[in-house]
Design a protein around this ligand. Structure first.
Ligand code: PLP
Length: 409
């Protein structure tokens, strides 16, 4: 049974074929350490970093490529932004829809008494009102942190309106673009974004272990990693010049060689095309399942307010059991649980079990969505109408990782 992969919100799969080819070329022909030697192989490896930064700049409307700092993933980029910007006494405005990679650093700093945090909610479909954010700003607000596309509700937040209001106030605007970079057009200047954090391994179709933080000219951050930069080695402290101020140690050049190729691939087709494709799959799914009264579809009803993340509940049936059914009988890979965004699930009243999340991506087809719809209806016939108890539907040993999930997801 061939897997139908519908968990692109976790990481995209597969990657474009050209990415695999270029990884091999990097490993076989010029896998040296970039910026650490003047010989040809090292220069060629160095150009991987420079060219990847230029492609990111082209994608996101940035004029200075050196404003992109390479990180391990979106989490790493968000930590660099949050811990680099905030000092004791600062106030932060954020939303209840944030991923744990924003929530947890802020919660800890708040618990230690360093900062104060205000958390804004949204409408019943998960959309944040920019004026709610504006009303929460105080003279001490240093940072506003907002998830662009929620990985739990699928809501696409109006970052341009929020950004304008935040800029008017003077605070820094941090956008978590983990679900949108490569899938939704973003212009950091239009949205008045000071800090944009995103992974390379989701909609940018690159490898795990890649991500980046865009740092705009208004943001001043304390360094997060200090160490070797290959240049300015005589300085006793981390150089202040970008990108070396925030990058230290040997980079993930292999991963970035993959990201360079996937960015070229995306730019060839255009993010607008990706968005149209993903939304057509989303629309097809929503229309297909929306007619079945046994399911609840969460998130905004209008497609323009959505990303290709669809959270679904089936009354009285654990999301984990549905996901297991899809995997076992149809080879369909979807994710069940809280998706590391417990606040969003509390808001949707799907806490602590969460939802089943279907997240189509670049390579999915309408036929695959059809199979998923058929599998969900069949799962509902088996699990909902017969009121099969969770324990008897699936042998316990298979349930354990999910059933005990709760907070862990
Ligand atoms: C909205 C959001 N923010 C942050 C992250 C963390 O991304 P990463 O796994 O690249 O660290 C995710 C991952 O799913 C996410 O969906």
């Amino acid at each position: 049974m061939k897997t139908i992969y519908l968990d692109n919100a976790a990481t995209s799969f597969p990657k474009p074929a050209c990415v695999y080819e270029k990884l091999r070329t990097y490993l076989e022909d010029y896998g040296a350490c970039p910026g650490r030697g003047g010989y040809a192989m090292a220069r060629q490896a160095g150009s991987v970093l420079e060219e990847t930064r230029c492609l990111l700049a082209e994608l996101l409307g940035v004029k200075e490529p050196n404003r992109f700092i390479f990180t391990l993933n979106a989490t790493d980029a968000l930590n660099l932004a949050i811990k680099g910007v905030l000092v004791p006494g600062d106030h932060v405005v954020t939303t209840v829809f944030e991923h744990n990679s924003v929530m947890r650093p802020l919660n800890r700093m708040e618990q230690l008494g360093f900062i104060r945090v205000s958390r804004v909610g949204g409408s019943s479909n998960g959309l944040v009102d920019p004026h709610e954010i504006y009303r929460a700003l105080t003279p001490r607000t240093k940072l506003v942190a907002v998830v662009h596309g929620s990985n739990a509700t699928g809501a696409l937040q109006p970052i341009e309106s929020i950004g304008r209001l935040v800029r008017q106030h003077g605070a820094l605007f941090l956008v978590d673009a983990a679900q949108t970079a490569g899938a939704v057009p973003i212009d950091v200047h239009k949205a008045a974004i000071d800090l944009l954090a995103f992974p390379g391994h989701k909609a940018l179709l690159g490898l795990p272990g890649t991500g980046a933080l865009y740092i705009g000219s208004r943001a001043r951050l304390a360094p997060w990693r200090e160490g070797g930069t290959g240049i300015f080695s005589e300085l006793p402290l981390q150089p202040e010049v970008m990108p070396y101020a925030y990058e230290a140690g040997s980079p993930n050049t292999l991963g970035l060689a993959g990201l360079r190729e996937s960015l070229r691939f995306i730019l060839r087709y255009g993010v607008a095309w990706v968005r149209t494709h993903e939304l057509s799959l989303t629309e097809y799914f929503i229309k297909g399942l929306g007619r079945d009264g046994r399911f609840v579809l969460h998130g905004p009803s209008s497609l323009k307010d959505r990303i290709a993340v669809i959270s679904v509940s089936l009354q009285n049936v654990s999301p984990a059991v549905i996901a297991d059914y899809l995997d076992r009988y149809y080879g369909i890979a979807v994710r069940a649980g809280l998706h590391c965004a417990p606040g969003a699930h509390r808001f949707m009243q799907t806490f602590p079990e969460g939802t089943v999340r279907i997240s189509p991506g670049y390579f999915n087809t309408l036929e695959e969505i059809d199979t998923c719809l058929q599998a969900l209806r069949e799962a509902a016939d088996q699990l909902f109408e017969n009121q099969v108890r969770v324990e008897s539907a699936v042998p316990e040993r298979n349930l354990l990782p999910y059933a005990k999930a709760g907070e862990a997801y």
